[in-house]
Design a protein around this ligand. Structure first.
Ligand SMILES: [Zn+2]
Length: 191
């Protein structure tokens, strides 16, 4: 999937969690940082790809990518696996805790939003032709639906006319159906 679709999928996953769980009270800065972390989480798994949207959004990303991408074993390996979820979950937790010592936001909420984005990325890539080697270091690539001809080509027509608009529609549907929940959430934001 393209970076644009991953961003929207991360947001959609966050939306799904908001409507299906009881969201804790948080401050406006926490909500804002959590939303940003969710977007970043949705792009981070592709740091193993030099041309990814993640690197395009980072200053000097091009040269950093040349160093980092090969370390992760090439596209869709460690960062796209269960081990990757644990590893990046651990590293991001450390990073957020560090940032938390001088930014006054609830880093636990920010971390959860980041991980929701991260996992949504792997789920979306599972829908693509290449699938995802969830059980790295085993190279067995898992995709859904199981037959690759039924899956989506990254940046292809189906992603553009079905997947992306489908996600837009799903968000609209969630907000429409659960608007009291969103009102409650917004009302609970503490200045
Ligand atoms: Zn990916």
């Amino acid at each position: 999937m393209t970076g644009r679709t991953h961003d929207l999928a991360a947001f959609t996953a966050l939306n799904l969690v908001v409507v299906t769980t009881s969201v804790p009270q948080m401050t406006i800065p926490t909500a804002f940082v959590a939303l940003s972390a969710n977007f970043i989480g949705g792009l981070v798994p592709d740091i193993d790809q030099q041309t990814s949207m993640f690197w395009k959004n980072v200053r000097g990303g091009g040269s950093l990518a040349v160093l980092v991408a090969p370390l992760l074993g090439g596209h869709r390996f460690i960062s796209h696996s269960v081990i990757g979820v644990i590893l990046f979950g651990f590293l991001s937790k450390l990073l957020f805790n560090m940032l938390g010592s001088f930014i006054v936001v609830d880093m636990q909420i920010v971390w959860i939003a980041f991980m929701i984005g991260y996992i949504s990325h792997l789920l979306m890539d599972t829908l693509t032709k290449d699938g995802v080697a969830w059980f790295f270091p085993f190279s067995w690539r898992i995709g859904f639906p199981p037959f690759s001809f039924l899956r989506v080509k990254t940046g292809g027509l189906i992603e553009k006319i079905l997947v992306f608009p489908g996600l837009v529609f799903l968000n609209g549907y969630l907000i429409y159906s659960f608007y009291p929940k969103y009102l409650e959430f917004l009302g609970n934001l503490i200045r």
